[in-house]
Design a protein around this ligand. Sequence first.
Ligand code: UP5
Ligand code: MG
Length: 190
Amino acid sequence: HTNKKVTVIFVLGGPGSGKGTQCANIVEKFGYTHLSAGDLLRAEIKSGSENGTMIQNMIKEGKIVPSEVTIKLLQRAIEENGNDKFLIDGFPRNEENRAAFESVTGIEPEFVLFFDCSEEEMERRLLSRNQGREDDNIETIRKRFNVYMESSLPVIEYYKSKGKVRKIDATKPIEEVFETVKAIFTPSSD
Ligand code: UP5
Ligand code: MG
């Protein structure tokens, strides 16, 4: 188990729903540390790690990288960081990810932010992002949507059954989405 008492929020939603964008806002306003599983995996490719080629091929196909790889990166990032509150963005992506993270780290999320966005809008955003991501082409985007529907939505359903999902209409403009996010992070006085 992770050697540290931490608060974790999972940030979930489809490809291009705005997870990374809103995490940056939450970091600035509420002092969390942002851990994007996808960013950690892309850094692992760049670092020339022995898993790099395997990770690169999986991302190109929109597939989910074996959980032990992703969990090791997340756990190391949590343990190396001085902060005690984390946004974990884009993980867990399937039931096996979820169960393995819980048993390996002993961490359960405080709640789950779910960015709910139409596929049409997500596709438009990904195709105009232009940041050189190898998975932002229409063939890979379709595969990412399929994996999301089949494997990732059930994780959100699981947390919904535990009353942990905070669902946000992510189709709106960035500023409006952040207004909703802020309300979730700001304790009410009732
Ligand atoms: N944008 C954002 N919000 C907007 C708004 N409200 N209105 C208009 N435009 C908005 O946003 C995407 C684009 O939309 C940006 O240009 C932004 O300006 C604009 P972003 O915030 O980047 O969206 P995000 O949800 O973070 O999209 P991302 O593409 O990162 O999501 P994915 O979940 O697809 O990507 P991730 O990096 O998490 O994973 C990539 C791959 O890694 C996976 O497909 C998988 O192969 C692998 N992976 C694993 O195997 N395991 C993991 O645990 C994680 C990843
Ligand atoms: Mg992202």
